[in-house]
Design a protein around this ligand. Structure first.
Ligand code: ADP
Length: 502
C-alpha cells in the first residue's frame, strides 16, 4: 500500500505516511518526530492547523502506548514506537464523530508499518553518522596528536569539539599544581558574547554549578580530564555548553568522550615532549660544563708542565749520572702528561657544540713532511710524497691527527715507519704503515672508540689512554673524510686518512 520499503530517510518515511493518512481520512495530518524532548513537525499535508511543537512532558505515554489512537483536545495522535519508546507521532485533525473499529485497526496497522520502516531508516541514518563520526575523529586524532605545547593543544581541542558537536562554546580547564582553582587553557565559541569564565572552582561539582549559573538555560557537559602532570597540571575538564537544548545526543556524548580520550594521549605527548626538552637542556648544560672544565684543566696544565720540563732540562746538564737519569724520567713523564693534556683539550673541542674547522687549501704533502720533521723520532719515518696534493684542511686539527697516527706507529713498532701522501681517483690520502705489534682482528673497530685500546698493548706494558684515535677519526670525519685501519697482529698496521676530492 505505502511505498515505504525504499525510504532511506526517517523524514521520508514520516512524510509518506502523513500524506497517505491525510488522504485516506480526508483530514489534515502531520508527522512529528521526537528530538530533545519535544515532538516537532517534520512533514504535514498542505492545509493543516497541526504544526505547533508538542512538549513530551505534556503527553501521557502510558496512555499513548496502550491505544492505536489517543484523542487530545481536537487532535487524534497515532504513536509510532520502536526500541520501546514513542519516537514519532502522526497527528490528525479530529472530525466530530469518533473513529470506528475499522479505522482503529487501520491506524494500528499503519503505525506498526511505519515503526518498521522508521527502524530501518534510523539504522541507515545511524550508520551514516557512525561513518562520518569515524572519519571526523580520525582527522581529529591527526590534528591533536601533533601538538607539543599545552595551550595550542587546548585551543585545537575546543575548535574540534565545536565542529563535531552542536554546541555554543567549549573550554578546556586545568588545575595547576598547588592552586585550588581551574584555569581556562583554551576556548572556542560560535559567538563572541559567550565568554567562559577565566577560572572555575577546583572540584568538579562546583565547577559545573558555577558554569550552570553563567549559562542559565543551556545544557552543559563537563567531562573530567586527567592531566598527566603536563605543564604542572594535575586535573581538569572539557566543558561544552549548548543553549536552547535540554541535553546532548548520544552520538555527541560519544564524540566528546572520544575527544577526551584523544586529549589524554595528546597531553601525554606534550608531557613527554616537555620532559625530553628539559632533559636535553640539562644534558647540554652539563656537557657544556664538562667541556669547559676539561678545556680549563688541559689549558692550565700546560703552564706548570713547561716550567717543570725547563728545570728538568737544566738538571740534564749536570755531571751526576744519577740526577741525569732522574731528570730523564721527569722529562719522559712530563712528555706523557703534556700529551694527555693535549688530548683532553682536543677531546673537549670535539665534544663542544661549536666544534668547527678553519680550513685552508694547502699542499698536504708539504704539510705532512713538516709534521714529520718536527717529530722527536723523525729519523725513523720515511715520507714518500712526490707531487703536491692540494686540499682544504684545518692545519692545527690535522696536525693533531698526523702527530697521533704517526706517533702511534712509532710507539707500537720498533722499525721504520713509512708515510705516503698520494692522490687516487677520488681521494687525497695519507697512508701510514708500520711493521709493529699489529692489532687483533676483533679489535679493529674498538680502537676508534673512546678509551678503546688493543688487548696486546697492556700485555706488553705499553702505556696509553685510548682517546687519540677517537679524536683523530672525529676530526677527519668533520673534514668529510675517513680514517681507516688494516692490520695483522705481530705483522704490522696501516692507517689511511682519506679526504674526498670534489
Ligand atoms: P693510545 O695509543 O693512547 O692507547 P689511541 O687511541 O691512539 O690510544 O690508540 C688506540 C689503540 O689502538 C691503542 O691502544 C692500540 O691498541 C691501537 N693502535 C693504534 N695505533 C697502532 C699501531 N700503529 N700499531 C698497533 N696498535 C695500534
Amino acid at each position: 500500500m505505502l511505498a515505504l520499503r525504499d525510504a532511506r530517510e526517517p523524514h521520508d518515511v514520516l512524510a509518506i505516511v502523513a500524506r497517505n493518512l491525510g488522504f485516506e481520512f480526508g483530514r489534515p495530518c502531520a508527522a512529528y518526530e521526537l528530538r530533545d524532548e519535544v515532538f516537532r513537525p517534520v512533514a504535514a499535508s498542505e492545509v493543516t492547523s497541526v504544526r505547533d511543537p508538542i512538549a513530551a512532558s505534556s503527553l501521557d505515554f502510558d496512555e499513548l502506548r496502550r491505544h492505536a489512537v489517543t484523542r487530545v483536545a481536537t487532535r487524534d495522535l497515532v504513536p509510532v514506537s520502536f526500541d520501546g519508546q514513542v519516537r514519532a507521532l502522526f497527528v490528525l485533525e479530529s472530525a466530530a464523530e469518533p473513529l470506528d473499529v475499522e479505522d482503529m485497526k487501520f491506524l494500528h496497522a499503519i503505525a506498526a508499518h511505519a515503526a518498521l520502516a522508521l527502524t530501518t531508516a534510523f539504522s541507515f541514518e545511524q550508520l551514516r553518522r557512525y561513518a562520518a563520526e569515524g572519519a571526523a575523529l580520525t582527522e581529529a586524532a591527526r590534528t591533536i596528536l601533533g601538538f607539543t605545547e599545552l595551550e595550542p593543544l587546548a585551543e585545537a581541542l575546543c575548535r574540534l569539539a565545536l565542529r563535531l558537536v552542536h554546541a555554543d562554546c567549549v573550554g578546556v580547564y586545568g588545575r595547576r599544581g598547588g592552586r585550588d582553582r581551574l584555569s581556562l587553557l583554551g576556548r572556542a565559541a560560535t559567538s563572541e558574547r559567550d565568554e567562559l569564565p577565566a577560572d572555575l572552582p577546583g572540584d568538579h561539582e562546583h565547577a559545573l554549578a558555577s558554569l550552570g549559573k553563567t549559562f542559565g538555560d543551556g545544557a552543559l557537559i563537563a567531562t573530567p580530564m586527567t592531566f598527566p602532570l603536563a605543564g604542572g597540571l594535575d586535573h581538569g575538564g572539557l566543558m561544552v555548553v549548548t543553549r536552547g537544548r535540554s541535553g546532548f545526543e548520544k552520538v555527541e556524548l560519544r564524540v566528546i568522550d572520544a575527544l577526551v580520550t584523544l586529549a589524554a594521549l595528546a597531553l601525554r605527548n606534550v608531557e613527554l615532549y616537555e620532559q625530553s626538552t628539559r632533559a636535553n637542556r640539562a644534558l647540554a648544560e652539563s656537557n657544556a660544563f664538562k667541556d669547559d672544565l676539561m678545556a680549563m684543566f688541559a689549558h692550565d696544565f700546560k703552564g706548570p708542565l713547561t716550567v717543570i720540563s725547563g728545570f728538568a732540562e737544566l738538571l740534564l746538564e749536570t755531571d751526576q749520572a744519577e740526577v741525569r737519569a732522574s731528570a730523564e724520567t721527569i722529562m719522559a713523564q712530563v712528555g706523557r702528561l703534556a700529551k694527555l693534556a693535549e688530548d683532553a683539550l682536543a677531546l673537549a673541542a670535539t665534544q663542544s657544540a661549536g666544534f668547527s674547522l678553519r680550513r685552508e687549501r694547502e699542499d698536504l704533502a708539504e704539510f705532512v713532511r713538516e709534521a714529520v720533521r718536527n717529530l722527536a723520532e723523525s729519523k725513523r719515518v720515511v715520507v714518500e710524497a712526490s707531487r703536491p696534493v692540494l686540499v682544504p684542511f684545518d692545519r692545527a686539527r690535522l696536525r693533531h691527527v698526523i702527530d697521533n697516527v704517526i706517533g702511534n706507529a712509532l710507539k707500537y713498532s720498533a722499525s721504520e715507519v713509512s708515510v705516503e701522501v698520494r692522490r687516487t681517483g677520488r681521494e687525497a690520502q695519507v697512508v701510514i704503515a708500520d711493521r709493529g705489534i699489529g692489532i687483533p682482528e676483533a679489535e679493529l673497530e674498538k680502537i676508534f672508540e673512546r678509551f678503546g685500546r688493543g688487548s696486546n698493548t697492556s700485555r706488553r706494558g705499553i702505556a696509553g689512554t685510548g682517546v687519540g684515535l677517537y679524536i683523530a677519526r672525529k676530526i677527519v670525519e668533520v673534514h668529510g673524510g675517513r680514517l681507516d685501519v688494516a692490520s695483522r697482529e705481530d705483522e704490522g698496521t696501516t692507517f689511511t686518512i682519506g679526504f674526498p676530492l670534489k
